[in-house]
Each structure stands twice: as structure tokens, then as C-alpha cells.
Design a protein around this ligand. Structure first.
Ligand SMILES: NC(=O)c1ccc[n+]([C@@H]2O[C@H](COP(=O)([O-])OP(=O)(O)OC[C@H]3O[C@@H](n4cnc5c(N)ncnc54)[C@H](O)[C@@H]3O)[C@@H](O)[C@H]2O)c1
Length: 347
């Protein structure tokens, strides 16, 4: 019998990109556990992403993590034993347009989940965070003890959540771990991040906006590797501890664009170099070590280039998923607000 066999895991943000992959992983590895997907269904959450997963064992509750009554109600009604929180406002560019909503979800929401963890004696709460809280590093790598120096409203709100988790552990003994993942890619990613946005546009033969000279460096991790890391921390992480989950796989944005152009059969003419809307807040390089998570027995397994190509193939084969999303005004308004003046008529 495994610890998670009789568990009831509440996966907050489980209708989003990474959360839905995590639910798939749990359902596959621990078919006797129960999962409650708790999600507000913001613009980034889609029932179409999880429709095939819902069953007697995998149920859905709509609610906001910053709303204690709904959170507590879902925990009580389902006898939740573990929490993994993916729910967040998670897009840097949107955080420049509307920073306030990020604080409600990413800071206050984590506080509510910490309080609920204490109240209902939840066995383990994993707060999913990001390497962006460390800020930018020119050389070397951050580790979990590096100072957090966030540069955007998004990364500052995530850092605020991390600090709530830390303070609750120290003050109340809350059994919470924080994971900090690198940039993710893979199927079901809302088409607003570099790989998903560009893939969807290039597949339609539309122009893509590349910030600055495209030399920004990001550490990329396939969503399946990230989810296996989060599961490892859920099972073996020491409460009160931060775990980095990265692939140590650094790429410049322009190198990724090259692979995307090749895989979609498009050429350079579709790449429109644009002035960087993040101004001083565009971090040049993210990089971190993940030795602490590796010491728990996790290691990344996916090959970057193969999986980027597989991701493009997935978008090519699954228009049923993204076409309805990009047809919505909430999506079109965002593309127009952010890239309209660069892309002209080609929105
Ligand atoms: N995408 C990445 O590259 C990356 C990297 C490292 C860490 N992360 C973190 O992983 C988590 C998931 O990221 P993602 O890319 O899957 O995001 P996403 O935007 O695809 O999904 C977020 C989900 O949370 C839900 N949500 C948003 N606000 C909510 C609220 N107030 N209450 C309940 N649900 C709410 C949305 O409806 C959506 O389903 C985030 O916390 C993010 O900070 C993401």
C-alpha cells in the first residue's frame, strides 16, 4: 500500500497547463487515489483540458483559492488529505497590464491554502512556484538558498506566496514545501507563452513577435519532467523546504524560434523583432541548480529538441483544443493590447 493510495489530493489550478498534466500523472500512477480539481476557470483554465479525466475518482470544483469559504467547503466535502497548488496568475506580460489580480491569487490565495492546511490537518501542501523569483543571473546558477530578487509584478507576487508558505511553516508548523520550476513547455499550454504562442501562430502562417535581439536565456523543462519533480516533492519533500526543479537546459529565445520555424516549415520572414515591452524588467538569464530535488531521486528524462518538436506536432494535431481558445475576445484583446502595434493587421 502506498501513501497516496487512499489519499484525496486537491489540485488547485488543475484545469490549467501544468496542473492538468499533474492530474494525469497522479491518475496514472495512483489509480486508487482521489483527485479534486479546484480551479476558478480564469481565461487560462479550460474544462476541455480535463474533460477526459473527470470520473468518480477525479472530480471538479469551481472556486478561487483566495476565497476561504469555497476552499474550506471543498476540503470538508471531499475529505482532502493533500494539496498541490498550481493556481496562479502566471503570465509576465499580463502582470504588466494588470498587476493587482496577481497579488490576490498568488499571495493571498497561498495564505488561504496555508490556513486551510493547518485547520484541516492536511498531510502535505506543495506550493508550485517559479525560478523567476530569483531574478536574473549573468553567470553561475541560483540554488534554493539564493536571495529572492523578483523583477516583475508576476515574479514578485509568486515570491510573496513563497514567503507566506515559509512563514506559515516556521510560525505554525504548516507542512508545506515550495517547488521552483524552470520555464515549462508541452501540450495544453495556453497559447500566450513563447513556445505555445509561436507554435500556434506559425502553424497559421502568422507573424511572431520576438523581443529585442532574442538572446534572453531561459532554463527549459518539459512539463512531464516538472510534474514528476512535483510528485517527488509531494511524496518525499521535507516540510519547510524549497526545491528547485530545472533541467539545466539553457537556450536563447532565438534558438528556440529556429526549431519552431523548422518544425512548422516557416521561414525568418515571419519573425518580427520588436522593442521589449518589459523594459528594465526583462530578465536576461534564469539559471538554477536542482541538486536538492535530484537528491530525492528525481531526474529529468526528456530531450529538449525532440520534445519541442513533439509539442509543435501536438498543436498541429489538436486544433480542436486551441482554435476555440484563440477565437475568444479575451485572447484576441490580449494579443491586440500587447502586440497590436507591432503586428499590424496580422493579429
Ligand atoms: N508555465 C511555466 O513555465 C511555469 C514555470 C514554473 C512555475 N510555474 C507555476 O506553475 C503554476 C501553473 O502554471 P501554468 O503555466 O500551468 O498556468 P496556467 O495559467 O496554465 O494555469 C493556471 C490555472 O490556475 C487557475 N487559476 C487562476 N487563478 C485562480 C484562482 N484565483 N483560484 C483558482 N484557480 C485559479 C486558472 O483557471 C488555470 O486553470 C503557476 O503557479 C506558475 O506560477 C509555471
Amino acid at each position: 500500500m502506498h501513501e497516496l493510495d487512499n489519499a484525496v489530493v486537491m489540485v488547485c489550478g488543475g484545469a490549467g497547463f501544468i496542473g492538468s498534466h499533474f492530474v494525469r500523472l497522479l491518475a496514472e500512477k495512483y489509480p486508487r487515489s482521489k483527485v479534486v480539481i479546484f480551479d476558478a476557470l480564469t481565461y487560462a483554465g479550460n474544462l476541455s483540458t480535463i474533460q477526459d479525466l473527470l470520473s468518480e475518482r477525479v472530480t471538479f470544483v469551481q472556486g478561487k483559492i483566495q476565497d476561504p469559504a469555497t476552499v474550506n467547503g471543498a476540503i470538508e466535502a471531499n475529505h482532502v488529505t493533500h494539496i498541490v497548488n498550481f493556481a496562479a496568475e502566471s503570465h509576465n506580460d499580463r502582470s504588466i497590464l494588470d498587476p493587482g489580480s496577481f497579488i490576490h491569487t498568488d499571495v493571498f490565495g497561498v495564505f488561504v491554502l496555508c490556513e486551510a492546511t493547518n485547520k484541516y490537518k492536511i498531510a502535505k501542501y506543495v506550493q508550485v512556484s517559479t525560478d523567476e523569483v530569483y531574478g536574473s543571473i549573468d553567470q553561475g546558477r541560483f540554488n534554493e538558498d539564493s536571495p529572492i530578487m523578483p523583477n516583475t509584478p508576476y515574479s514578485a507576487s509568486k515570491a510573496g506566496g513563497d514567503l507566506q508558505a515559509r512563514a506559515h511553516h516556521i510560525t505554525f508548523g504548516t507542512p508545506v514545501c515550495v517547488t521552483r520550476g524552470g520555464n515549462n513547455y508541452g501540450p495544453y499550454q495556453y497559447p500566450e507563452k513563447l513556445i505555445s504562442f509561436f507554435a500556434v501562430r506559425l502553424l497559421q502562417g502568422k507573424k511572431v513577435p520576438l523581443y529585442g535581439d532574442g538572446t534572453q536565456v531561459r532554463e527549459w523543462i518539459h512539463v512531464a519532467d516538472h510534474c514528476r519533480g512535483i510528485l517527488t516533492v509531494l511524496l518525499s519533500g521535507v516540510p519547510g523546504t524549497v526545491y528547485n526543479i530545472g533541467d539545466e537546459n539553457e537556450r536563447q529565445n532565438k534558438q528556440i524560434v529556429r526549431i519552431l520555424l523548422e518544425e512548422t516549415g516557416q521561414n525568418d520572414e515571419l519573425v518580427k523583432r520588436i522593442e521589449d515591452p518589459r523594459k528594465g524588467a526583462h530578465d536576461k538569464r534564469y539559471s538554477m541548480t536542482s541538486d536538492r530535488t535530484r537528491a530525492l531521486g528525481w531526474k529529468p528524462q526528456e530531450d529538449f529538441e525532440t520534445q519541442v518538436r513533439n509539442t509543435v506536432k501536438w498543436y498541429r494535431d489538436n486544433e480542436w483544443w486551441w482554435q476555440p481558445i484563440i477565437a475568444l475576445p479575451v485572447y484576441q484583446d490580449f494579443v491586440k493590447a500587447f502586440y497590436g502595434r507591432y503586428l499590424g493587421e496580422d493579429l
